[in-house]
Write a protein that binds this ligand. Structure first.
Ligand SMILES: Nc1ncnc2c1ncn2[C@@H]1O[C@H](COP(=O)(O)OP(=O)(O)O)[C@@H](O)[C@H]1O
Ligand SMILES: [Mg+2]
Length: 281
């Protein structure tokens, strides 16, 4: 049984169909990536999974239970952890206190009356590699550290599934690499991960499975190797430039496409599009 199962989810905003009959799964102990061009519907689908957005149609199941209408809080209690794109730590508390507060909230109000050494807090701080920052105020640490703190706080509920929204934003290359290793570590310890992420080196490097969204639809599902080789994915990432003479590839998109395809995108654009066109005929 899949840990998370999204079936036939559609989200309409007025006349816009942001997500269109999308289905995907996340398996226990694995890392699943959700990628796609800007405006594809990734954030909207992510919000449906976390409970911030009600779908127009479709179901979400977690651990076999239908949670389509469940509150964010209920989902957390069932073992869904998440981080936020905006960093939300308490600035005046230390790194350690921030993790402690997340544990206390999980344990309920009674925890406040018997606050002692919580071994798990130190374990979490060690797990994400923040021991040397444990005593520092959260508002005095660099972005990379704040990201890890956010992860440690989300891990405080011992989630079965961790949902990450663009976790690498604000991280430099070395930090992103370390973050990728940490995610593999978490998955190996049994925490499944579903992440929306635009850093293709990270996605291709750590994911077991990837779902690709385009115009709200899941156009491909597979391993990183399968996704790289998928013609529809190539077209989705390169299709904006079907007239390369008048629409040069923006550097950011070229880099993303290059990372997915494993070849320089700008040089390959014309070739790939011709191949896709030929296949359609
Ligand atoms: N609250 C909203 N109201 C209206 N349109 C929205 C809303 N949120 C997203 N959209 C539209 O839905 C589409 C998908 O957006 P989004 O899920 O943010 O895509 P992505 O995260 O893949 O870039 C876009 O066309 C976007 O403009
Ligand atoms: Mg988005």
């Amino acid at each position: 049984m899949a840990l998370l199962e999204v079936s036939g989810v559609t989200v309409r905003f007025g006349g816009i169909t942001a997500v269109n009959d999308a289905s995907l799964v996340a398996e226990p102990g694995s890392i699943t990536g959700l990628i796609g061009p800007n405006g594809a519907g990734k954030t909207t689908l992510f919000n449906v999974i976390t409970g911030l957005q009600a779908p127009t149609a479709g179901r979400v199941r977690f651990k076999g239970a239908d949670i389509t209408g469940a509150t964010v809080d209920k989902r957390a209690k069932m073992g869904m952890g998440r981080t936020f794109q905006r960093l939300e730590a308490f600035g005046s508390l230390t790194v350690r206190e921030n993790v402690q507060v997340a544990r206390d909230i999980r344990s309920g109000a009674r925890a406040w009356f018997r606050r002692g050494a919580d071994k798990r807090v130190d374990e979490l701080i060690d797990l994400v590699g923040l021991r040397k920052y444990a005593g520092q105020r959260a508002d005095s640490v660099p972005t990379g550290v704040a990201r890890l703190l956010e992860l440690a706080r989300a891990l405080a509920i011992d989630p079965a599934l961790m949902l990450l929204d663009e976790p690498s934003s604000g991280l430099d290359e070395a930090e992103t690499d370390a973050f990728g290793s940490l995610l593999r570590d978490l998955a190996a310890r049994g925490t499944s991960i579903l992440m929306v992420e635009h850093d293709m080196d990270l996605v291709m490097g750590v994911c077991d499975y990837i779902h690709v969204l385009e115009f709200g639809q899941v156009i491909a599902t597979g391993t990183p190797a399968e996704i790289r080789a998928d013609r529809k994915v190539q077209a989705a990432y390169l299709g904006f430039a079907d007239d390369p003479d008048v629409a040069p590839v923006p550097p950011a998109i070229a880099a993303e496409a290059t990372a997915i395809l494993g070849v320089p995108a700008a040089a390959e654009t014309t070739l790939s599009m011709l191949a896709v066109e030929a296949e359609r005929r």
